[in-house]
Design a protein around this ligand. Structure first.
Ligand SMILES: [Zn+2]
Length: 403
């Protein structure tokens, strides 16, 4: 798009103000130009003009550049008196389309609003305005169909008490939907956008063993019972937490007897054995053979990892049942408790044998969201946080349409 289209022309020479560091360009349309109703496209004559408006355009050299024009209005017999669309900006925008595209590019590259603002010399509100408009535009353009493989997860926003629910497309690694809180209704909002026929497209949904998400999916997705997959990383995280509770308890008991063997060993037990850095191996080997409760709990955790290798649901079920017998016979209360959790959700843990999906696929997305959160000083509220997630992770077509 050129800055002036044939119907608009420069009113007089651009004004350069070196003290202010700005260039001002004024344009107007020629006489007798026909216009179009922005709603129905009917060709009409100019009725009058609105008050002059200003748009920030791409800089001219290092000077901020502003475009001034009075937008014509038409009187459509069907739609009444309306402002026409101008070729250089979307309606209500404060920037020309080219400037808005540049802002989107710089924001995307900087991944922080602060950095982009400094380069572009725009205000917080202007940056947010562009992001919000870009996200709205992108979401409106997005093809309306649910992803075939979904991942649902919660993300803590501010100090861990305020949550948002994030729905990801596990194949495209994009965020499809963000909702307040982590209730059943949070996730239902995603499903309710679609018809039953569309929801049938969903092949599998990965999630934690979190009742509200489970219920929402069961309620809306046809045949959900066979499609919900409790994410293996979440399952193992729960087991890891149980191991840690065993360690804490035992550490307290040992410390009271002046035995400090477990001091500083927290992460030793949480690693998967094969991922443990070599420098920690001697410490783990020594502790493993010392007949400790935590070593027993750790062995249970390590053993459960094998379940993810099974391709047959039947064999996997047999394996977990044996594992549960071992856990339930032990004197380790935290392990028995997590065993109960696994038993209750067993059928939807075993669906992994068929679908083999995990939220871990969206790990890159997760770290992106965490980075957004870390840089969250500007996200004065949850709406901004949500907008930023869509902007940076939504895979959306964010640009204004050029005319
Ligand atoms: Zn009209």
């Amino acid at each position: 798009m050129g800055l002036t289209c044939f119907i608009f022309r420069f009113l007089r020479r651009p004004q350069l103000d070196t003290a202010e560091g700005r260039v001002d360009i004024r344009v107007e349309h020629g006489p007798g130009v026909r216009w179009f109703c922005p709603t129905c496209g009917r060709e009409l004559a100019c009725r009058d003009h609105v008050e002059p408006r200003v748009w920030r355009h791409l800089d001219t050299c290092q000077f901020k550049t502003f475009l001034h024009a009075r937008i014509p209005r038409v009187d459509c017999p069907e739609h009444g008196v309306l402002q026409v669309n101008v070729p250089w900006a979307e309606s209500k925008a404060r920037f020309t389309i080219l400037m808005e595209r540049l802002i989107i590019d710089v924001l995307t590259e900087c991944a922080t609003v602060t950095g982009a603002r400094r380069i572009l010399r725009i205000t917080w509100d202007e940056a947010w305005g562009v992001m919000e408009r870009a996200v709205r535009r992108g979401r409106e353009r997005k093809q309306s169909n649910p992803s075939r493989y979904l991942g649902v997860d919660e993300k803590a926003f501010r100090k861990g008490h305020d949550y948002v629910t994030v729905v990801c497309d596990l194949i495209g690694s994009t965020v499809e939907y963000v909702a307040d809180e982590r209730k059943a209704e949070s996730l239902e909002g995603y499903y309710l956008q679609f018809t039953k026929a569309q929801l049938e497209r969903i092949k599998a949904v990965a999630m934690d063993m979190w009742e509200p998400y489970f219920k929402a999916t069961l309620k809306h997705v046809p045949d959900a019972a066979g499609k919900i997959v409790h994410d293996r990383f979440h399952v193992m995280k729960h087991v890891g937490e149980a191991v840690d509770r065993v360690r804490k308890q035992e550490h307290r008991e040992l410390t009271s007897q002046d035995d400090h063997r477990l001091k500083g060993t927290k992460f030793l037990w949480l690693y998967r054995e094969e991922n443990l850095p070599d420098k920690h191996r001697p410490a783990l080997e020594a502790l493993k053979t010392a007949n400790l409760k935590v070593a027993k709990a750790w062995a249970m955790k390590e053993s459960l990892n094998d379940v993810w290798k099974y391709l047959s649901t039947g064999w996997a079920r047999r394996f977990v049942k044996r594992w549960l017998v071992w856990v339930n016979r032990s004197d380790l209360a935290p392990m028995r408790k997590v065993g109960g959790l696994i038993q209750r959700h067993l059928e939807n843990i075993l669906t992994f044998c068929r679908h083999r999906i995990t939220n871990g696929v969206a790990e890159g997305l997760n770290s992106k969201i965490m980075a957004i959160k870390r840089k969250a000083c500007g996200y004065r509220n949850r709406e901004h946080f949500k907008t930023a997630i869509y902007f940076f992770c939504g895979g959306l077509d964010l640009y204004p349409a050029s005319s």
